[in-house]
Design a protein around this ligand. Sequence first.
Ligand code: AMP
Length: 218
Amino acid sequence: MRLIFLGSPGVGKGTQGHLISEYLSIPTISTGEVLREAVSNQTELGKKAQYAMEQGELVSDDLVTAIIADYLKPFSEGSGYLLDGFPRNINQANVLDNILSANGNQIDKVVLFTLPDDVLLRRLTGRRTCSKTGEILNIYFSSKEKLQACLDLGGTLIQRKDDQEEIISNRISVYKSETFPLINYYEEKNLLVKVNAESPVAMVHQELLSSLNLNCMS
Ligand code: AMP
């Protein structure tokens, strides 16, 4: 199954992505993760992407579509993949369509995760990564025990640079201006399903399975 996850930053695409990837045994290709790794290793790609990422802007289409073309190559055959964070605008969607049709492939479903703005803000401003385990936690929503467990392991709770408040508001406005048009784009292709991302993680996962008609496999 070839899937795209759409939705504002902070809506929980990464968390749901890990679960569905495992469930379907398909890889997740997250342009954000690829770029963050490139920045932390200070590769050529990372150096080019760093400034835009730190400002909450989109990295140039040329860089991102080259990454996707490269990552998709080995998966033109096989059981599929999940694209998390790509495409992010209409131009990227067109490039993706061209790559897919050149391989005789198509997207099966595009999942749009939705959340009210106030919840979104707390998800983003509260998001932390445990430096020891890599687990994604939230100072507002994770239990005290979970937060403490990270500290007890000798870890610290790290905030992504682009999760700081002024950068977050830019990321959300970039999402609204650049990525919103994709909702119509995929609705017109009859590929869009919507999932309310406000419930606890396990419930959202169940809703996601239903929206993909996968309940019978659980
Ligand atoms: P994410 O982890 O998906 O929120 O992505 C983090 C950052 O990486 C974004 O704010 C952008 O700067 C950059 N990025 C990720 N995916 C893309 C994309 N498809 N197009 C342009 N920039 C992207």
